[in-house]
Design a protein around this ligand. Structure first.
Ligand SMILES: NC(=O)c1ccc[n+]([C@@H]2O[C@H](COP(=O)([O-])OP(=O)(O)OC[C@H]3O[C@@H](n4cnc5c(N)ncnc54)[C@H](OP(=O)(O)O)[C@@H]3O)[C@@H](O)[C@H]2O)c1
Length: 228
C-alpha cells in the first residue's frame, strides 16, 4: 500500500515550473493562491508534502551544511498531535537542518516534522547526525531513491495516507515515471516563461482528466485526476 499523491504546483502558461517567472508580480499572486490551497489541503486530510533536495534547500535550509557536532534544537510533538510531514528526497544526505521541525511564517508549513528519504549512497555520519537531531528517515534504493518503495515505507512506518508532491521538476519526474501521481493541482500564471523546467522532468499529462477549473485573481486554478 502507498499514500495517495497529489502534485500541487505553480506553473507558467507554457508548462514551466522553475525560473525567473516565479519572481514576477503575477507569480506573487499565484503563489499566494498556491499557499492558501496548501493550507486547505493540510487541514483537509493530507499528512505532509514532499520536495526534492534542491527545493528544500532553497525554501528551508538555505544552503546550511550539516554538522554532527551541532547542538540539536528539538521539539516534541504535543500529546495526540498528528504530525504533518515535510518529506525531503535527499539521496546522499546533504540537507543541514537546524531543527527537527520547520518554523515558517506560513501556517501551512509551520511546525512540519521533517522526514528524510535517503538512498544507500548516504554517508553513515549523516545518519548519525539525523539520529542525534531526532529526524526520522527512510532508506530506499541504491543509486536513486526507489519512489514506490519509499512510499510504501511512509505508509507502513509513518501512517502517511495522503501526500502533496510540491516539486521541483526533477522529483516530480521521478514520481511521474513511477506512475504514482494520482491527482494534479495547478495554479497557472498568465505568463510565458523562458528557460525553466517542465512540471515533470519526464512524462506528459495525457492520462489525466480535468475535474475542476476556475479563474481567481487573473490565474487559472485547476485540478486533474488520473484516468482509471
Ligand atoms: N512552481 C512551483 O510550484 C515550484 C515548487 C517547488 C519548487 N520550485 C522550483 O523548483 C526548483 C528546483 O527544482 P529542481 O527540479 O531543480 O529540483 P528538485 O526536484 O527540487 O530536487 C532535485 C533533487 O532531489 C533529489 N531527488 C529527487 N528525487 C530523487 C530520486 N528519486 N532519487 C534520487 N534523488 C532524488 C536529487 O538530489 P541530489 O542532487 O542531492 O542528488 C535531485 O537532484 C527551485 O528553484 C524552485 O524554485 C517550483
Amino acid at each position: 500500500m502507498r499514500p495517495y499523491i497529489m502534485c500541487h504546483m505553480v506553473m507558467s502558461m507554457n508548462g514551466l515550473v522553475t525560473g525567473d517567472f516565479l519572481w514576477t508580480k503575477e507569480s506573487e499572486i499565484a503563489s499566494s493562491i498556491y499557499f492558501s490551497l496548501h493550507r486547505e489541503y493540510r487541514k483537509n486530510g493530507f499528512d505532509g508534502f514532499v520536495c526534492g533536495r534542491t527545493t528544500m534547500e532553497e525554501s528551508f535550509t538555505k544552503g546550511s551544511s550539516w554538522n554532527l557536532e551541532s547542538t540539536p534544537n528539538l521539539e516534541a510533538l504535543e500529546e495526540n498531535q498528528k504530525p504533518f510531514y515535510a518529506v525531503a528526497f535527499d539521496p546522499k544526505g546533504k540537507l543541514g537542518w537546524e531543527k527537527n521541525f520547520i518554523s515558517d511564517e506560513d501556517p501551512g508549513y509551520d511546525k512540519c516534522r521533517i522526514l528524510e528519504v535517503l538512498s544507500e549512497q548516504v554517508n553513515k555520519q549523516y545518519v548519525e547526525y539525523l539520529k542525534k537531531h531526532q529526524i526520522p528517515f527512510i532508506v530506499s534504493g541504491k543509486d536513486f531513491i526507489n519512489v514506490e518503495n519509499s512510499l510504501e515505507q511512509m505508509y507502513e512506518k509513518f501512517g502517511i495516507r495522503k501526500l502533496l508532491l510540491e516539486g521541483g521538476s526533477v522529483v516530480n519526474g521521478h514520481f511521474f515515471k513511477a506512475n504514482v501521481v494520482d491527482e494534479i493541482s495547478l495554479v497557472i500564471v498568465p505568463q510565458v516563461a523562458f528557460g525553466g523546467k517542465p512540471l515533470f522532468a519526464e512524462g506528459t499529462l495525457a492520462n489525466f482528466e480535468l475535474v475542476k477549473l476556475k479563474q481567481e485573481s487573473g490565474c487559472i486554478v485547476c485540478q486533474y485526476r488520473k484516468r482509471v
